[in-house]
Structure formats: structure tokens, C-alpha cells
Design a protein around this ligand. Structure first.
Ligand code: NAI
Ligand code: PYL
Ligand code: MG
Length: 259
């Protein structure tokens, strides 16, 4: 699993505001409205308990403080436990947290102690970034391209199939591609016969995964991938919109998913 770095998390709220403006312009809704629509829930006055976890590669310097800033951005009270791991978990549960958030190197979860719901970051991130791509108001077909069918990409592809889109997908991992074709009915992208798409959802840990032949004149690329899969020369074109940020949008989806 590709891990965030403190640099990735620099200025996350500035990055969020930039992306929220792009999302509003490209879809007609802001990220909060899209989360509310996807999950049918609205944030209230839930209190968020954030527990730093030292397992594996350990604490990421500004990860917990980023989660606290995200809770605050969405009008929620929150706290970071004084202790880490089990002691921190005990502090959060015996405190007045309604929703716990914690992450090791493999799983990042939100757990609502009041209703028992649990959401994972990789599924919520896949769903919400795919949803953003699918709402591009300049799209004139139901064709969506998914690049990357790992934990995030598969979750997003599944969401798009359920919503009735024609999901074309590519992943160099033949096993992942076959699994998605068999289980979801996605259409493997024919690399020998390039097709241009106005909606692209990319979820890979590599740069330059999106090529010229994939991008229509007007296109929305929605990607949580770090680094960004869209080459600069394509991304800088007037009619190509890019939604990409390191954490906030996925966390917003997690919070709405556990209400
Ligand atoms: P993963 O490793 O489970 O899946 C990545 C997939 O991309 C693999 O199946 C791999 O074969 C595929 N891939 C690699 N190069 C490719 C290419 N050129 N074309 C098509 N597919 C290609 O990773 P996971 O957990 O799905 O995460 C994907 C990315 O999203 C990572 O960079 C991760 O850091 C990032 N991420 C970002 C979040 C955010 O909020 N911005 C949240 C969660 C993950
Ligand atoms: C959730 C992010 C998105 C991309 N990769 C995921 C990642 O970096 N996971 C690791 C998070 C570790 C947090 C650390 C802490 O500070 O509590 N255990
Ligand atoms: Mg995100």
C-alpha cells in the first residue's frame, strides 16, 4: 500500500478548496452535497475521536492533525487521543467520541460507535472519486474509463457499474482485470483501438498512466492516485478538468458512509 508522506498533506484544506471549486464547476454540486447524495446522510454534531497508530511504518507526522482539520472543516468537533494504539482506543471509547478514525499501513477506518457502522478509506475513496467523474456535466455518453483496478479502483468501478455506466477499464495486472470483468462486467480497454473518454477515474500509484488517446476534448479526470496519473501537458489544457487531492475527499465520504 502506498503510504502518504507529510509533504502530501501540506496545505490540504487549500487543496480541498481548489478541488471543491472544480467539482462545483464540473458537476454543479460541492463535495458535501455529493457525499450526502451518495450516502443519503447528513453530518450533524457527531464527535470524532482520532487515534494515532504506531503499527508498521508508524505515525505519519501530520496525519492525525489533518483528520482533525478535516473534521473541523465539515463543522464537527474532534480530538486526537493523548495516547496511541490500544490506550488511545480506550481513551476515545471512554471519552465522548461518536465516530473513531484510525489507520495502520493497510487499513484506514471510520467506526461509528452509536450504530456500529464501519467504513474503509479505500472503498469510500473509490466510490466518491468515481461518483465525481460520473457527474461531469459536459459528458454526452455513459462511457467512463477506469484506470487501475486495485483496492480503490475496484471499489469505484463497482460503484459505476451499479449506477448503470458503461465502464471501460485497464490494469496491467491481468488477474485484477479478469476478476473485474468476471465479477463486475467491466469492458477491458482495447489498447490497440484507442477510444477517447470525457469521464476518467484513475486509481494508481503511478504517474503518466493516462495517455493522449484516452482523453476527449472536454474531459474530467478524477483521481486520488498519488502521484497524479495525468501528464501535465494534458492536464493544463483548457477543457480538461482535474480533481485530485491526497485525503480530504475520501475522508468526507467515510464520515457520511457511517452515519
Ligand atoms: P493498489 O496497489 O491496491 O492498486 C493500484 C492498481 O493500479 C494496481 O492494480 C496496479 O496494477 C494498477 N496500476 C499500476 N500502474 C497502472 C497503469 N499504468 N495503468 C493501469 N493500472 C495501473 O492501490 P490502492 O490502494 O487502490 O490505491 C491507489 C492509489 O490511490 C495509491 O496511490 C494510493 O496512495 C492512493 N490513495 C489516495 C487516497 C486519497 O484520498 N487521495 C486514498 C486512498 C488511496
Ligand atoms: C489513507 C492513506 C491514503 C493513501 N495511503 C493511505 C496511507 O498512507 N495509509 C497509512 C496511514 C498511516 C497512519 C499512521 C498514523 O499516523 O496513525 N498509522
Ligand atoms: Mg481523498
Amino acid at each position: 500500500m502506498a503510504l502518504l508522506t507529510p509533504d502530501d498533506l501540506e496545505d490540504i484544506l487549500k487543496k480541498l478548496e481548489h478541488n471543491d471549486n472544480i467539482i462545483k464547476d464540473a458537476t454543479g454540486m460541492d463535495i458535501k452535497q455529493i457525499c450526502e447524495t451518495v450516502y443519503g446522510t447528513k453530518l450533524g454534531c457527531e464527535k470524532i475521536g482520532i487515534i494515532p497508530i504506531t503499527a508498521g511504518n508508524g505515525i505519519i507526522g501530520n496525519f492525525s492533525s489533518s483528520l482533525l482539520a478535516i473534521a473541523d472543516y465539515f463543522g464537527l468537533d474532534g480530538f486526537i487521543t493523548e495516547h496511541t494504539d490500544v490506550t488511545g482506543y480506550y481513551q476515545a471509547t471512554s471519552g465522548d467520541a461518536d465516530i473513531l478514525m484510525m489507520a495502520d499501513d493497510h487499513m484506514f477506518i471510520a467506526h461509528n460507535l452509536r450504530n456500529g457502522k464501519i467504513a474503509t478509506n479505500h472503498i469510500c475513496t473509490g466510490v466518491i472519486y468515481a461518483e465525481i467523474a460520473s457527474r461531469y456535466r459536459h459528458a454526452d455518453t455513459k462511457d467512463v474509463l477506469v484506470i487501475g483496478l486495485g483496492r480503490v479502483g475496484y471499489g469505484g468501478a463497482e460503484h459505476l457499474v451499479k449506477k448503470g455506466f458503461n465502464v471501460f477499464a485497464y490494469d496491467p495486472n491481468a488477474e485484477f482485470l479478469e476478476k473485474a470483468e468476471k465479477e463486475l462486467g467491466i469492458i477491458p480497454l482495447d489498447l490497440d483501438h484507442p477510444q477517447k473518454f470525457s469521464m476518467v477515474f484513475e486509481a494508481t500509484p503511478n504517474s503518466n498512466t493516462i495517455s493522449e488517446g484516452m482523453v476527449a476534448e472536454r474531459c474530467l479526470v478524477s483521481t486520488p492516485g498519488i502521484p497524479c496519473g495525468l501528464p501535465d501537458d494534458i492536464g493544463k489544457r483548457d477543457n480538461v478538468d482535474l480533481v485530485m487531492e491526497p485525503l480530504v475527499i475520501g475522508v468526507a465520504a467515510m464520515l457520511h458512509a457511517v452515519l
